[in-house]
Design a protein around this ligand. Structure first.
Ligand SMILES: C[S@@+](CC[C@H](N)C(=O)[O-])C[C@H]1O[C@@H](n2cnc3c(N)ncnc32)[C@H](O)[C@@H]1O
Length: 274
């Protein structure tokens, strides 16, 4: 039985990085008029209350999105415009809602979620939209069944809960299988840095894979000897060509802003060249 619920973590520092990057990738896909498919393999609830008992138990958003001084962080302008109304209502939008709001006529969203309660919320927040297809199915299998998409253009977010240690290796295989089916797809994999050793192993697995054009984007808010999630990152296959520059211009200041010791911790790395 799955136990992870994003309600405890919504709006934390990892969501700030993940959703800033996701928005940059959606914007890039929409530079061309041709429709694309957005696939969210682990969608979550779509919208979270920041004042719920679950959110207040951890208060992670206080150290994440609610801590941001927007005036000092110009590079977050687009992200701010997408979350501001929700924050005013003491809520935070998840990846499927952020993507759904930007979809144009012709674009489609495929949202996978397994948790029996979370899927009810996801349906409420996203299914009414006629281009959103919500499925209570395993996201890894769902992804495989959708690729290659008829649109020939796809943006995929893989955002598992890493409840099983082997997930760090499984995700590389899932990315490689997706790449083989649709080499031109933009694939985004989110990962938490709890144990640095696990991340190094994951990077080695990427380096040995047959994929091309793979970059890593990581932001930390504490030294990695600290307990808990000190950093998080995204591995992106076929990233927008401007993403690395935007990341380097924006994220060091966000990291310094969110870190208790005001130290910027970040990493951009090309894992596999074009
Ligand atoms: C990290 S949360 C997703 C957060 C969301 N992507 C966002 O950024 O707002 C992971 C979600 O995956 C769901 N989940 C776990 N295993 C799954 C599976 N095999 N297939 C689809 N969803 C799964 C969990 O119930 C949880 O809601």
């Amino acid at each position: 039985m799955l136990s992870y619920q994003h309600h405890y973590h919504a709006g934390n520092h990892a969501d700030v990085l993940k959703h800033w990057l996701l928005l940059a990738c959606v914007r890039h896909m929409q530079k061309k008029d041709k429709p694309f498919d957005y696939i969210d393999t682990h969608a979550g609830a779509g919208l979270y209350r920041l004042d719920s008992a679950k959110a207040r138990k951890t208060a992670e958003s206080d150290e994440g999105v609610l801590k941001l001084d927007w005036k000092k962080l110009d590079g977050l302008k687009d992200y701010r415009s997408q979350v501001a109304d929700d924050i005013r209502a003491r809520c935070y939008p998840g990846s499927p809602l952020l993507a759904k709001r930007l979809l144009r006529p012709g674009d489609k969203a495929w949202l996978f979620e397994m948790h029996p309660k979370t899927i009810i919320e996801l349906r409420k927040h996203c299914e009414k939209h006629k281009v959103c297809y919500v499925r209570q199915e395993d996201g890894f299998q769902g992804l495989s069944s959708l690729l290659p998409t008829a649109s020939r253009r796809a943006l995929v977010l893989i955002d598992p809960s890493y409840e099983i240690k082997s997930d760090y290796q499984t995700v590389v295989k899932v990315m490689e299988a997706a790449y083989q089916k649709m080499p031109q797809a933009m694939l985004l994999l989110w990962y938490p840095v709890v144990d640095v050793h696990q991340i190094r192993q994951m990077e080695k697995a990427f380096a040995k894979s047959k994929m091309r054009n793979v970059q890593l984007f990581e932001m930390g808010i504490a030294d990695n000897s600290e307990p808990g999630m000190s950093a998080s990152g995204m591995v992106v296959v076929n990233p927008p060509w401007t993403l690395a520059d935007d990341f380097i211009r924006t994220i060091p200041a966000v990291s310094a802003h969110l870190a208790k010791d005001h130290k910027a911790r970040w990493r951009h790395q090309t894992l596999l060249a074009e």
